[in-house]
Design a protein around this ligand. Structure first.
Ligand code: LMR
Length: 319
């Protein structure tokens, strides 16, 4: 029988963390235990509620500083969904100040309590949060860059849906990588690598780029100030985590897009197709062949990713 994993979900009282935990609770063949942690005191009740669902996955709630330690100790995978999310007139970058502190503190806690865990970061702005997390662990001598991944699967989920809707296809049959980062200009769907192969006109390509880049803001506006995307984000994080867990139990050829620290792209941190294995990332599979339009978009994205990484570093230096 495959080894099942203990997962710590941090920020689990929020809309993303609680929906994600529900999806994890429904996968007893991959997950043995979910430790739901949040500073919000309703956490214990939410965890109790989830624990009443009749699957063999154990659920435990944790709240407050000392209980964070209990949530992290011995975790195989830690998913970070906590932090502040956008309200209208904010960009993802505006979230850096509050969320950077959370990233730094959680990196310190993970270094102490679960330095070998795989860490999946959902909290925005992912482009800067992941560097802060990695470089804090680096300072503490606990960083394994193959085990810290920014979850950008929502962009993949969205583009596959938008392509399917545009072309009248079943969205489950469409695959399309998204590279770069998770912000307006840094996300680059590789339409030329879409499967099945589809020819897109210039107008269709522009429309899809625009739709994926503004999707988060469109959801936020439609929610009328009541938060940003949660259900599609929770689904996407769960999808990524299930693939990761399958790879951890020995399934070969698991490839997912994710934002990670690496030295094959000009930016040090980049989202690309990653081959996943027992201990996180086995290999960055690179970009493959890009169309001229995609190359142009990549050239626009690189300086912005570099800037996001530097902003994260600057925050760390000032603390
Ligand atoms: C999204 O893409 O929906 C999320 O990153 C939330 C946001 O800030 O837009």
């Amino acid at each position: 029988m495959c080894k099942k994993s203990n997962l710590g979900v941090l920020g689990a009282a929020g809309g993303i963390g609680s929906a994600l935990s529900l999806l994890l609770k429904l996968q007893p063949h991959l997950v043995s235990e979910i430790r739901m942690q949040d500073i919000d005191k309703s956490m214990l009740g939410i965890a109790m509620d989830l624990s009443h669902i009749n699957t063999p996955v154990t659920v435990q709630g944790y709240t407050g500083g000392t209980q964070l330690k209990d949530a992290l100790k011995g975790a195989d995978v830690v998913v970070i969904t906590g932090g502040i999310s956008k309200v209208p007139v904010m960009t993802r970058e505006n979230l850096l100040a509050p969320n950077a502190i959370i990233m730094r503190d959680l990196a310190i806690a993970c270094s102490e309590l679960c330095p070998n865990a795989i860490i999946d970061i959902v909290t925005n702005p992912v482009n800067s949060c992941l560097p802060i997390f990695c470089e804090t662990m680096g300072r503490l001598g606990t960083l394994n860059p193959t085990k810290v991944i920014g979850v950008t699967t929502l962009d993949v989920t969205r583009i596959q849906t938008f392509i399917a809707n545009m072309k009248g296809l079943d969205p489950r049959q469409v695959t399309c990588p998204v590279i770069g980062g998770h912000s307006l200009v840094t996300m680059i769907p590789l339409l030329s690598q879409c499967k099945p192969h589809i020819n897109f006109s210039e107008n269709e390509t522009e429309a899809l780029f625009n739709k994926i880049r503004t999707a988060g803001d469109e959801v936020m506006k439609a929610k009328r100030g009541n938060g940003t995307a949660q259900l599609s984000m929770a689904y996407s994080a769960a999808y990524f985590i299930f693939e990761q867990l399958k790879a951890m139990t020995g399934k070969p050829d698991v490839v997912q897009c994710g934002y990670s620290m690496n030295n094959i792209h000009k930016t040090e941190y980049f989202s690309s197709k990653l081959l996943l294995g027992k201990d996180g990332i086995i290999k960055d599979l690179g970009l493959g062949k890009l169309s001229n339009f995609e190359k142009e978009k990549l050239n626009e994205a690189i300086p912005l990713i570099l800037k996001d990484v530097e902003t994260g570093r600057k925050f760390l230096k000032e603390r």
